[in-house]
Structures are given as C-alpha cells and as structure tokens.
Design a protein around this ligand. Structure first.
Ligand SMILES: [Zn+2]
Length: 220
C-alpha cells in the first residue's frame, strides 16, 4: 500500500481544484449536471476507523459473504457490496451481574439518507471480543447466520426456528459459543491466512477501554 494522490483538475482551465495525498482507502462521491444530479460513488474504503470504537472490516467479511452467497442458493439474492461490515473493537463482556446472552453480531437496515450518502443498505456489526475467541469456521457460520436475516425482498427477518435448527443440524449446538471444531461452511483457508496478522495490527487502535455497550436487539 503506497502513497496515493488524488487530483481534481478543471479540464477547461487546467486549474488544480483538489490535490490530496493519502495512504489509506477512499470513498468518492461525485455528481453530473446532466443526469439529474444523482450521487455516484467510488468506494474503496474497506479498512478504516468508523466512529469511536468501530472499525470498517469489509476487507475481511465481504470475501466471506461473497463465497457464502456463491455457495448457498438461499443467500443468492444478497448483494455484499450493499453491506457495510463494521466491528466493535472495544466491547467486553461485563463482569458479574446475572448471566445474560450477549449478541455476537447483528444486522440492521440503514436509513434512506445513510444509504444514499454511503451506498450501504445494511450494516453488519460484529463484536471483536467474540470474534477473537472463535475459530474461522465459527466466524463463517456467524456471517452465514447474519446474512440469513435478509429475505428475498431485502427486508430483515427475525430468527426463524428453521434457520436455527439448520445451523444446529449442520454445525452442532455449540456452533457459536465454543471453540469446538465445526465444519467450515466454505472451506477456504486463503482469506484467513490474510486475516490473522492484519487483524492483530488493527487491535492496536482498539486499546481504549469502553464501558458502554449497546443493548442487544433482534436480528443478532
Ligand atoms: Zn440472528
């Protein structure tokens, strides 16, 4: 990843209007005056900090989603580039109190304004706390599970019993909570070799303690 230069030049006068150097990703929105001003996006922003405690992790989860969608007909209507994958890097399981189920991942629909500005219609949020404790097959199963919430019409459905039964039948009842060896749904090592060292690097940015944590909702 070298340094990049973004330059916007007025084609008529040659004037340089923007001149930016940067080393990370980018997301450009531009418009034309002759097509009713529609927002157009160039999105190459797959690994970046997002808000106080989240990290955009499209570069990790989108390839998994792509492979799952290619493999499973029940996911075929889903478009992974409409999903923003973010990970909460700071949430930790609270100590004490009564035992409670905490969500490991959840999916939400974005509102119209966010969708128009960002190009993303869904946000799939994971918690690094759990991801770090899962093996790759479990992470893939978790993503599969979250994608199953998106129905044929693009709406989100709460858990249906069949879906859960299906996960348990395929992967065993502890598919999401233990380090058990479970069958890898896509059986692909390549993404993972890439994942580990870089994921560790990113944790450097997530060291701050964070006390608040979002309450779990449906669709997790
Ligand atoms: Zn769910």
């Amino acid at each position: 990843m070298g340094t990049k230069k973004l330059q916007i030049v007025d084609q008529n006068t040659g004037e340089i209007i923007e001149n930016v150097q940067f080393t990370g990703g980018y997301h450009l929105i531009y418009t034309n005056t002759d097509d009713i001003g529609k927002l157009r996006h160039i999105r190459k922003l797959d690994n970046a900090k997002f808000g106080d405690k989240h990290w955009i992790k499209n570069w990790i989860y989108r390839p998994i989603a792509n492979k799952l969608i290619r493999k499973f007909p029940e996911l075929r209507h889903i478009k992974p580039n409409k999903i923003l994958f973010i990970e909460d890097m700071e949430w930790e399981k609270p100590e004490g109190g009564k035992p409670k189920k905490h969500w490991m991942a959840r999916i939400n629909k974005t509102n119209k304004q966010f969708a128009d500005m960002s190009g993303y219609e869904y946000i799939l949020e994971t918690r690094n706390y759990f991801i770090e404790r899962m093996d790759r097959a479990q992470i893939i199963a978790l993503i599969y599970h979250e994608l199953r919430h998106i129905d044929q019409w693009g709406d989100l459905q709460p858990h249906d019993i069949e879906d859960w039964d299906n996960m348990i039948a395929t992967l065993g009842k502890d598919w999401a909570t233990t380090k058990a060896e479970i069958e890898n749904l896509i059986d692909d090592d390549i993404i993972w070799r890439e994942l580990e060292p870089r994921a560790k690097q990113l944790d450097v940015f997530g060291l701050k303690q964070f006390n608040n944590f979002a309450k779990g909702k449906e669709n997790c």
